[in-house]
Design a protein around this ligand. Structure first.
Ligand SMILES: [Zn+2]
Length: 416
């Protein structure tokens, strides 16, 4: 029997926020050589300030060549970070991150398309800052969180086959959705977007498939409980073979993330064979008090009193708590493909003589030349919200219109 005072001390101790220890491992089994992974555990919000360190992990699953995946791996993080105003406090920085991810994905997409290379890529990028996890994704490279009790998928699959909302959006923006038709009229394979024949509804790159394949990411931000957990970020080579639950459960008890990642890839190959590039990144968030042991901790059953103490925390969004223990607090989630929904209402002044920066590409725009992201379109920019920021330059506004089916398709594609 644990004395009440000990339990209260345990609870108080856990209210003192200590950052988790991060450990990660990567396993990959190439087939086409179009999967790429990003691991950077030493980013800093403030230059030369170790206390502002955060980590970034990403999976880029290219198609139609590897150029878009390589470009995104090399540029996307900088494009995201450059969309965050300088000198923010940590809470402000975290609050600005979801919007910056949208602007960063747009910028990377626009600048890659300017290279006139036809390849595309999925992206799932994960920023871990203390216990706060922010995930942005386009395509179907999934990120799964295993708290050792509950398995939660933090991403949404942008696949025509499984995502009804995306099918509706693509059709409303001028795309056609259907299966491949072979000689004789039979339909085969997954649902695809035409023109182009892509199975995904969102990606970076893909300049040859129509602007309704958008680079606007689904973004989710959570705060994990300080009991820790495991992230599994993987390309569809894994998810075509294993469910989120199965991938998480099959590596429980394997305490080294490298071993866990290898085991997931092995399970994938055993289930389905090597049909695609198969890449798996495992990241463990380990409570500092457990750091001398391998990660993540296997949760012990909590006593009734501990459960009551956990349940009493106010303002905590409980997610899928099978045993009644909150595993995470959701801070933000948004998946709209409409840019005006995603960039908020803030402008991005750069402080130089009234000039503004385009919210996407950061080029200088005269205040009277910027077009509001909330304006109806480039050709109808005098709507009721046309004076509200953020503002876009002409080419970025043109791109926004094209993504929403307000511009002729190929006149835009050839513009970049
Ligand atoms: Zn711009």
């Amino acid at each position: 029997m644990v004395p009440l005072a000990s339990l209260l001390a345990y609870e108080l101790k856990n209210d003192v926020e200590e950052n988790p220890i991060l450990r990660c491992g990567l396993a990959l089994q190439p087939r086409k050589g179009e999967d790429f992974a990003l691991i950077n555990t030493n980013c800093q919000r403030l230059q030369d300030d170790a206390s502002s360190t955060f980590a970034v992990f990403g999976i880029f699953d290219g198609h139609n060549g590897s150029a878009a995946a390589i470009y995104s791996k090399e540029n996307l993080l900088n494009d995201i970070l450059s969309a965050i105003p300088p000198r923010l406090k940590r809470d402000e920085w975290l609050a600005a991150l979801p919007r910056a991810m949208v602007a960063g994905f747009m910028k990377t997409d626009k600048e890659f398309q300017a290279r006139e290379q036809t390849s595309g890529t999925t992206v799932t990028i994960v920023v871990v800052d203390g216990w706060t996890i922010t995930v942005a994704s386009v395509g179907d490279s999934r990120c799964v969180l295993d708290s050792q009790e509950v398995v939660s998928t933090l991403t949404v699959d942008h696949r025509l086959d499984s995502n009804v909302e995306e099918r509706v959006r693509v059709k409303a923006s001028g795309g056609e959705v259907g299966r491949l038709i072979i000689t004789g009229g039979a339909e085969i394979g997954p649902l695809r977007v035409w023109p182009g024949g892509l199975c995904l509804s969102r990606s970076i790159g893909d300049m040859d498939v129509g602007e309704f394949i958008v680079p606007i990411p689904h973004v989710k931000q959570i705060k994990l409980s300080n009991a820790g957990g495991r992230l599994i970020i993987a390309s569809d080579g894994v998810w075509d073979a294993l469910s989120s639950e199965k991938a998480a459960v099959c590596c429980r008890g394997l305490q080294q993330p490298e071993v866990a990642a290898k085991h997931i890839v092995k399970e994938t190959l055993r289930t389905r064979g090597l049909r695609d590039d198969t890449t798996c990144l495992v990241v463990d968030l380990v409570p500092p008090s457990n750091s001398q042991h391998a990660a993540p901790p296997v949760k012990k059953k909590k006593s009734s009193l501990q459960r009551i103490l956990f349940w009493r925390r106010k303002g905590t969004h409980l997610s899928g708590a099978l045993s009644g223990v909150p595993v995470m607090e959701q801070l933000f989630e948004e998946g709209s493909a409409m840019l005006a929904d995603r960039l908020g209402t803030l402008s991005y002044p750069d402080g130089r003589n009234g000039l503004f920066l385009c919210a996407i590409c950061h080029c200088d725009i005269e205040s009277h030349d910027g077009i509001s992201v909330h304006a109806g379109s480039f050709f109808a920019a005098n709507g009721p919200r046309s004076m509200e920021g953020p503002f876009l330059c002409v080419t970025c506004k043109w791109k926004q219109d094209a993504m929403e089916g307000k511009q002729p398709l190929y006149s835009v594609v050839t513009k970049w």
